[in-house]
Design a protein around this ligand. Structure first.
Ligand code: FAD
Ligand code: N01
Length: 540
């Protein structure tokens, strides 16, 4: 145990307990200090970075441009950090996370290799008690859950994994020491964003790569490149304006949003617009290039047709190309992927597509994957099978609010929150990017900053007003949940089988979890609630 850690173990009462040391937890800690509050961060991992600490798989890059997928709260930080690539790689983003931690001396208030197991609210004292693996119990007035939306890997639900005699990896728990795939037969299960990014690299390393695809995804070439110093200078000179635009934008990036219908232009013009965005490698921009792509099936069909043609143009074997094209899936209702050479990888001789829609997996056996047609022998198995998203990390902790009611029971039919920030019956417990907020549909750093700033302002308000408790009002929460559903039902999103709906996890209630009203609109609503003395929240 480090001396810092033993010091932290001796003090057990804080103003704020923060769970998680990704972007959300780090920035929350920074804000707490600025407010003069004592805070302790509990983090499972051995260092900061969250997503970028755990996901070390080869090929991982961000899907929002690096100059935008970064903190804006400190001008000097923004000025001194130089991104080398348009879409930075995981090692570079992790270096940035470490730089932020060092620059603001955050580590002294973070306990690494510790895990929150339970949280319970004591009504007599109005405080939270935490049981923490690897740490003495803690007590705090406030708790901020910065546990991440995509941090709890889901169980792939394939029988027999324990019988496999070869090496097993998960993209979300990738070892620090890179595995050596040379001369080996490697199988990857999953073709979402993680699979699509790592498959081209694994194909270069393995003797033979077998891609087990159940549902194909739409992907755009990233056209990643080194950033030129004069481009970076230009961004920095203009940063304030770019950040302002991002804060007001539907998905948190500084890009135009168009109200025009895809049918306001002829087919040639439409293709020209799609192609121009595609050639720039901008997945978010593609979905907001027209106002109706995410709300009209007919409009969306034009995007699907365009993307399907692009897939055909990248794969030599026409029959194989057809298998890589998503069917019955509205483009953009799953997060669009960006890739480097994903479809081209299937032109390699050492890559085989295993189409699970035609030939489903029966089980994992000692020497490989058994599908209905037989066993594919493998030396290594890589799961890129995704997450129990948005609620997984929260519900993995035994959280008990007023009257000992558990969060699991309150959310048994799906998460219920007031604006993704708090849930009624759980006073003084905040969620960063909680379900009911638009975060996962956006540039998440932008959304995280907005949430953390709202929570910090709320804590400052509580102090100034000498109030002890704040919690979501049940009636306001019900109205928010209805609003989230109402807005979602105006779009194509609820029609997908996606993690946004919990559809990827067996037994999970099927509820559209994010708020799709847009980052800019949501920010204004949150600001208005605060300006109205935290309307929809009960304070005392
Ligand atoms: P996280 O980074 O997930 O951090 C949560 C932390 O909480 C983790 O370190 C975890 O160990 C810790 N934790 C959880 N439970 C406990 C517990 N009980 N006790 C102690 N610690 C706990 N978003 C984008 O906008 N653009 C991108 O390009 C992008 N790329 C992504 C790539 C991948 C592979 C994944 C999985 C997600 C990506 N995302 C992206 C979403 C990404 O999760 C967010 O952008 C962001 O990093 C989330 O930060 P966070 O701090 O909220 O959560
Ligand atoms: O997970 P996913 P992910 N048998 O859920 C398949 C962010 N992210 O880690 O759809 C066979 O998207 C599953 O198939 P199906 C981003 O927000 C960003 O890839 O269930 N297959 C699917 O193909 C993203 O949306 C980046 O039929 C099984 C895949 O596994 C989110 O994280 C990079 C299976 C899972 O895809 C999650 O992405 C990475 C089974 N039993 C992640 N179980 C960037 O680019 C699951 N699958 C920035």
């Amino acid at each position: 145990m480090s001396s810092d850690q033993s010091k932290s173990n001796s003090q057990s009462t804080y103003d704020v307990l923060i769970v998680g040391a990704g972007w959300s937890g780090m920035y929350m800690l920074y804000k707490c200090r600025r407010l003069g509050l004592t805070a302790r961060v509990i983090e499972k991992g051995s260092s900061v970075g969250g997503t970028w600490y755990w996901n070390r798989y080869p090929g991982l890059h961000c899907d929002v441009e690096s100059v935008e997928y970064s903190f804006s709260f400190d001008k000097e930080l923004q000025e001194e950090w130089n991104w080398s690539e348009r879409y930075a790689s995981q090692p570079e983003i992790l270096r940035y996370a470490n730089h932020v931690a060092d620059r603001f001396d955050l580590r002294r208030d973070i306990s690494f290799n510790t895990k929150v197991l339970s949280l319970s609210f004591d009504e007599a004292t109005g405080t939270w008690g935490a049981e923490v693996e690897g740490h003495a119990p803690l007590r705090s007035k406030y708790v901020v859950m910065a546990t991440g939306c995509l941090s709890h890997p889901k169980d792939p639900g394939i029988p027999g994994v324990e019988n496999f005699k070869g090496e097993v990896y998960h993209t979300a728990q990738w070892p620090e020491k890179a595995p050596d795939f040379a001369g080996k037969r490697v199988g990857v299960i999953g073709t979402g964003s993680s699979g699509i990014q790592t498959i081209p690299i694994l194909a270069e390393q393995a003797e033979h790569l077998y891609v087990f695809q159940r549902t194909p995804s739409y992907s755009l070439p990233a056209h990643n490149s080194k950033l030129k110093p004069d481009y970076v200078r230009g961004v920095k000179d203009n940063y304030e304006q770019l950040r302002q635009e991002a804060r007001q934008h539907m998905v948190g990036i500084p890009a135009p949003t168009y109200a025009m219908s895809v049918f306001d232009v002829d087919a040639a013009e439409r293709t020209r617009i799609y192609q121009s965005i595609y050639d720039q490698g901008k997945p978010f921009a593609l979905m907001v290039a027209f106002g109706d792509v995410l709300v009209s099936k007919e409009a969306n069909q034009t995007t699907q047709d365009f993307l399907a043609d692009r897939i055909r143009s990248r794969v030599n074997d026409p029959e194989l190309a057809e298998q890589l094209i998503p069917r019955s899936q509205y483009a953009g209702t799953r997060r669009l992927c960006i890739d480097t050479n994903y479809y081209e990888t299937f032109n390699r001789k050492n890559v085989t597509l295993k189409n699970l829609q035609k030939d489903p997996i029966k089980q994992i056996v000692s020497n490989g994957v058994e599908t209905e047609s037989g066993v594919q022998e493998l030396d290594c198995l890589v799961f890129a099978t995704g997450y129990d998203a948005m609620t997984g990390a929260l519900l993995a902790i035994d959280i008990r609010g007023r009257g000992g009611v558990t969060l699991q029971s309150k959310w048994s039919e799906g998460p219920r929150t007031m604006m993704g920030l708090m849930t009624a019956g759980f006073p003084n417990l905040f969620t960063v990017t909680g379900p009911g907020s638009p975060a996962v549909l956006s540039n998440m750093v932008n959304s995280i900053e907005q949430h953390v700033e709202w929570i910090a302002d709320c804590l400052a308000y509580m102090g100034k007003q000498d109030k002890q408790l704040i919690e979501a009002d049940t009636e306001a929460e019900n109205q928010w949940v209805s609003h989230v559903n109402e807005v979602a039902n105006m779009t194509l999103f609820p029609l997908g089988n996606t993690w946004y709906l919990g559809a990827n996890v067996k037994g999970k209630p099927r509820v559209f979890m994010p708020y799709i009203g847009g980052v800019g609109t949501y920010r204004q609503l949150c600001d208005q609630v605060a300006a109205d003395g935290y309307r929809g929240f009960i304070t005392q």
